[in-house]
Design a protein around this ligand. Structure first.
Ligand SMILES: [Zn+2]
Ligand SMILES: [Zn+2]
Length: 571
């Protein structure tokens, strides 16, 4: 009830803000090169904004004619404009402020130095937490508590691996959590142990919760500040919309506060966990009891209450497997060295659960990385459509890293969206040591191969899995187009046959994301009547050499007609 009151209050506040003269050009942008993502007018010079929407798109002269005395004019000076970027897979509110960032550190020395410096500059934190490390930072790719103990032994430390499916604790943290050589693995989790049976400090999947429950919970104020901090970063990267791949009811007051205060810099769509109250997958790979429509009551309330354009629900997130690095992605054929990974769901349970959501009108997002898991996801979507006689649900495979060639055409046939992460193809040390080594060259050549989905005619929405990975769309575009690191290695690109064009990458970050969120009628293209979400870039991405993409700057981000980021270089 309280939730509804806040929402109604917001609606009435927004009502007052609507410009009484809807046809008035509040702002015009002229003399630019505008890539609209609108097939009826792919390129334009200028556009006009009225309130939160685009009033007109056309030549500079046509748009100038709409100007009156109080219209603000931005001369783009030939700069490049695109629709606001959408990241289709993120985890807001994201890493709490006051946590250590270990992403991109490739040596043990860098890992230890960064941790030690953070601990020194944060003497009052009871726990040191954070994440982003990769296996390549450790000797023989073997993370161990001793490497943290050497620099921090007096306070508990727990830092997540870069995809968040595992983490590394120091001895103090294991002690606080009571994890010893005698602690058994929890369902769906592993406490890694050395040859003498001692915990190494590495905790995989569900084993992480043994430790997390001892970590101090952030207050609402801390979560709010975290949200504001990361939204500002996202706006500076040109993002105007996100699909959150997670949702915690505990964060609800924080988002409602941001909505009420007019502080949202992104449009949010949230995905609620597939098993209400339990999580993303059954604890024992088998459901104790099937879900019933009554279990979906809270999700339906959220969906009915929040219909956008700033906060929206209606998506459900499930999890079918782990990751390639962890050898937990479910593969049809064994990894090099053995093992196939274990799917978290039984196919029959998955079919029935997905079919229930499908019948109730929800869109289902399934984390599936290995070819076996991707196959199971597609089977479940097909089962749901056939059983319910439904279509157009736009169910999604999240990550879809190693699809089998036989399954690729099924994406288009079933209308399933490939929700991929552009920077997963960044061929850094960790990537190079992972895919070809663990999967062999043939399967590695199909890993994070965005071209395969494009060629198969699938709708592909780009995201980042931010929370740990970088969400900057320009970095994602660079990577998908070049398939090299920022330093340009490997010289010829990582499986360069999988490169895609700049235009394709732009679509995956704009209109395809809007489609994946059922928002293509209100945004994703720059056309009259659409929400005024756009980004001004310093360079024309369609003209420059692909190797120069990273030199491009975001100069201005506009969401709903208002600046959400403005760079000092914009003059
Ligand atoms: Zn995932
Ligand atoms: Zn994720």
């Amino acid at each position: 009830m309280r939730l509804l009151t806040v929402v109604l209050l917001c609606v009435s506040l927004m009502g007052v803000a609507v410009h009484p003269r809807a046809q008035h050009a509040d702002r015009i942008f002229v003399n630019g090169k505008i890539w609209t993502a609108d097939k009826s007018r792919p390129i334009a010079e200028a556009l006009a904004i009225s309130g939160d929407k685009i009033l007109a798109v056309g030549s500079s002269k046509e748009i100038f004619d709409l100007r009156d005395s109080d219209t603000s004019v931005l001369d783009l000076k030939g700069r490049f404009v695109v629709p606001g970027f959408q990241d289709s897979h993120v985890h807001f509110p994201g890493p709490p402020i006051n946590t250590v960032r270990l992403a991109g550190l490739e040596t043990l020395d860098a890992f230890q130095t960064t941790l030690a410096a953070f601990a020194k500059s944060h003497p009052n934190l009871k726990w040191i937490t954070g994440g982003g490390w990769g296996y390549s930072a450790f000797p023989r790719q073997a993370p161990n508590k001793k490497y943290i103990d050497a620099v921090i032994s007096d306070r508990p430390v727990y830092v997540s691996e870069r995809d968040g499916h595992m983490g590394l604790a120091n001895s103090k943290a294991l002690e606080v959590a009571g994890i010893t050589r005698d602690t058994p693995d929890p369902p769906n989790g592993h406490i890694m142990k050395d040859e003498r049976g001692e915990p190494t400090g590495e905790l995989k999947e569900a084993a992480q919760s043994l430790l997390r429950r001892h970590m101090p919970r952030a207050t609402d104020q801390e979560v709010y500040e975290t949200l504001l901090h990361h939204m500002a970063e996202a706006a500076a990267d040109g993002l105007t919309s996100v699909q959150n791949a997670s949702w915690s009811p505990a964060d609800q007051p924080v988002y409602l506060r941001a909505l009420a205060e007019g502080a949202l810099k992104l449009r949010f769509r949230f995905a609620t966990p597939m098993l209400p109250g339990e999580g993303l997958s059954p604890r024992e790979h088998k459901l104790k009891a099937p879900l019933t429509p009554a279990d979906l009551k809270y999700y339906k309330e959220l969906r009915d209450t929040f219909q956008g354009p700033l906060i929206k629900f209606g998506a459900i997130k499930g999890m079918l497997d782990g990751t390639v690095d962890g050898r937990t992605a479910a593969m049809s054929d064994p990894y090099v060295g053995g093992g196939t990974g274990i799917p978290f769901w039984d196919q029959d349970d998955l079919n029935k659960t997905v079919a229930l959501y499908d019948k109730e009108g929800f869109q289902v997002l399934l984390h599936a990385i290995g070819d076996k898991a991707i196959n199971m996801a597609l089977n479940a979507f097909e089962y749901a459509a056939t059983t319910n006689g439904t279509s157009g649900r736009r169910h999604r495979v999240e990550h879809g890293e190693v699809p089998s060639p036989a399954d690729l055409p099924r994406f288009k046939q079933l209308g399933v969206i490939a929700s991929t992460q552009a920077l997963f193809a960044n061929p850094d040390e960790t990537t190079l040591k992972n895919y070809a080594v663990l999967l062999g060259p043939e399967r590695a050549s199909r890993a994070n191969a965005f071209k395969l989905y494009d060629d198969a005619g699938a709708v592909q929405a780009f995201g980042s899995d931010w929370g740990v990975f970088d969400f900057a769309p320009l970095k994602g575009i660079y990577c998908a187009v070049n398939r090299t690191t920022a330093e340009g290695t490997p010289k010829d690109g990582w499986y360069p046959q999988n490169r895609i064009s700049v235009e394709a990458a732009l679509r995956h970050y704009t209109i395809d994301g809007a489609y994946a969120n059922f928002d293509e009628d209100i945004r994703g293209t720059l056309a009259p009547g659409k929400l005024a979400d756009l980004v001004v870039l310093s360079q024309d991405l369609l003209k420059i050499e692909p190797s120069e993409i990273l030199k491009t700057k975001v100069l201005l981000t506009v969401m709903g007609g208002r600046d959400s980021y403005r760079d000092n270089d914009l003059r």
